[in-house]
Every structure is written in C-alpha cells, then in structure tokens.
Design a protein around this ligand. Structure first.
Ligand code: TYM
Length: 334
C-alpha cells in the first residue's frame, strides 16, 4: 500500500510503434483504472535490449513511448511514468532473483520459445531470463495488480512462483501480485491472419493497426481486413476475422457482442468494416493530437521523466535494500 492505495504495476517494451493490440489489451485499461491505484508504468527499455536495437532509433522509440503513455491519458503527475533503465534496482534485483529461478521453469516459457524461433541468430541469455527481470520489475514496487494482455499470463505466473519461493525462505518480503487480464481485448488478432496475435513486428503492414496511423491508413487497413466467405456479422469461433473486428469495435464503443450483431443485422461486411475503421480512427485522433503536441514540449516531458525516475528509485530501493539484507549481503557502511 502507498498512500492507502493498492499498487498497480505495468509497462511496455520500447520498440517500434504501439499497436491497437497494446492499446486495447493494456494501455486503455491502464487509463481507466489508474485513479483507484498508486500506479507505476515503466518504459521497459532493458527488456528491449534482448533484441538488437539501433541506438539512435531505440532512444527515440523510448521517448515516443513515454509521450504515448501521457497522450493516452496517464497523467504523469499522478502516475509514476519512468524509464526502467534509470532505476538500477531492476537489474540488481533481477540478478538476485535469477539465483532463485530454475532453468526448468524458464524452459517452459512459451514466449521464449517463440522469440528464439523468430530470432534464431540471437538467442541470448537476456531473452532466456527475460521473465525474471519482469518479476523484479513487479516485485520491487510491491505491486498488488498487474494489468496485461493474455500473452503475459505465463510471465505473471512465474513471477508469483518466484515471489512465493522467496517469501517461504525469508518471510513476507514481497507482495504476491495478481494479473489483471481484461475480458475483452486481451488478445487482439492480426487483421490479415486472425488466428495470430496482432504484433508490432509483423512484416505485413496491413496486419497491424498502429496508434500513430492516420485516419485514411486506419480505414484502409480495416477495409482490407480478412473476414470469411459469409456476410453475417456474428461472434463465433468459426469466424475468427469477424469476431476479432467485433471485439475491437466492442472495446472502443463499449457495446456488447449482441448489440453489435443487432446493429449490423442485414448489413454486409463492407459497412461493418468501415464502421470499425471509423470508430478506431475517431478514438486515435485526439490521442495523436496530444502526442504530437507533447513531443514539442521537451521541457515538460523531461521534467516528468526526472521527477518520476526519482520517485521510482525511492520505492524500488526500499525493496531492494530489504532483499539484500534478507539474503545476507553485507550492508553498506554509511
Ligand atoms: P509488450 O511490450 O510486448 O506489450 C505491452 C502490453 O500489450 C499487451 N499486448 C496485447 N494485448 C492484446 N492484444 C495484443 N495483440 C497484444 N500485444 C501486446 C501485452 O500483453 C502487454 O500487456 N513483457 C512485457 C513488458 C514488461 C512488463 C513488465 C509488463 C516488462 N516488465 C512488468 C508488466 C509488468 C511485454 O513485452 O509487453
């Protein structure tokens, strides 16, 4: 608890431009629950290093991600929006927790297997221990709740296992976090191959809607979205393309699947796809305006980064010192 509020922790990797999946599965929900919690949101730049980054581009992406958090509605004066790499406690706790994590556990991580297959020329140790650093992120802030998309569920489970193992050995050091996975939007699928997750790194640009796509691009991508041979707007497992579009429409408008089925009863896929494209473009436009204005205001962003880095350091160091003491590392002489 901080200021009588439970603690919420989440973050995103600082690579590429966020997708509609990142937004509907995570960012939009962060904004809607941020008032109820003491919130920490990291720009997860250390995690991004598990894949080769071009330095200048990487730096720019990290700054853009920070601005997108703010533009999406996270007030940096109420939420601690900070850079993971600016709080050295993450790497330090990450190392300690590496020593409390079994290779057998890490071998089971499906995201590692997927990423290793995708980057066969760079299967580095960081990619392997990625979930342990993620556990350190969460546990440093004694988080109660971690809002994420469904692809992070396994990482949350290993985080809880590590925390419980540590607590069993040393007493109640860490709060055991709960994952918060939204009912709708937890897995937004590709617009071109609806059996696959929408992903930042998809080579087919039409598969992924990006938060900075302009209105025409958004509408064009939805018009080209893969549906099926029928013409009925109905939510069902045998209609993955249409169901994905319905999920997107529902997340943005707040309508239920039944309401959407009724709304488009007797209308074809063309009308439906246009409506989805328009509602997404309308949702993104104000966010984009705020984003471009923010990028102009370098002084404001830098002030937010500095203050929040310090706040994050304060809470993270408190937990780190406790852990160091528990495991028997020698205290510093002051
Ligand atoms: P990342 O950067 O891959 O994704 C950020 C968030 O977006 C969600 N997401 C999706 N949700 C729905 N549909 C999709 N197609 C989709 N694609 C991505 C992800 O589930 C995630 O919530 N390991 C994390 C970053 C991280 C983190 C943490 C998160 C590092 N440390 C501590 C929480 C707590 C990641 O790679 O997210």
């Amino acid at each position: 608890m901080i200021n009588d509020k439970k603690v919420l922790y989440s973050g995103m990797q600082a690579t590429g431009t966020l997708t509609l999946g990142n937004y509907l599965g995570a960012l939009k929900n962060w904004v809607s629950i941020s008032d109820e919690y003491e919130c920490f949101y990291g720009v997860m730049d250390l995690h991004s290093l598990t894949i080769r980054q071009e330095p200048a581009n990487f730096r720019k992406n990290a700054r853009n991600l920070y601005a997108l958090y703010v533009a999406a509605g996270l007030d940096p004066e109420k939420n601690c929006l900070y850079y993971q790499s600016h709080v050295s406690a993450h790497a330090e706790l990450g190392w300690i927790l590496d020593c409390f994590t079994y290779m057998g556990e890490l071998n089971r991580m499906t995201q590692f297997k997927d990423k290793a297959a995708k980057h066969a020329d760079n299967i580095n140790a960081g990619l392997y221990t990625y979930p342990v650093l993620m556990a350190a992120d969460i546990l440093l802030y004694q988080a109660d709740l971690v809002p994420v998309g469904v692809d992070q569920k396994q990482h949350l489970e290993i985080c809880r296992d590590i925390a419980e193992r540590f607590n069993n050995l040393y007493g109640e050091v860490f709060t055991i976090p709960e994952a918060y996975i939204p009912e709708a939007g937890a897995k937004i699928m590709s617009l071109q191959e609806p059996e696959r997750k929408m992903s930042k790194s998809d080579e087919n640009e039409n598969a992924t809607v990006r938060l900075l796509d302009d209105t025409d691009t958004v509408i064009r991508k939805f018009k080209r979205a893969v549906t099926d041979s029928g013409n009925e707007v109905r939510f069902s497992e045998d209609k993955p393309g249409v169901s994905n579009l319905m999920t997107i429409y529902g997340c943005v408008t707040g309508k239920t699947m039944e309401e959407i089925e009724k709304e488009f009863d007797g209308k074809g896929y063309g009308d439906f796809k246009l409506a989805v494209g328009e509602c997404v473009a309308d949702e993104l436009r104000p966010l984009q305006e705020r984003y471009y204005a923010l990028l102009e205001d370098k002084t404001y962003i830098e002030k937010c980064i500095k203050e929040n880095d310090e706040k994050a350091q304060y809470f993270a160091n408190k937990t780190l010192r406790k852990v160091q003491k528990k495991v028997g590392l020698t205290e510093r002489i002051r």
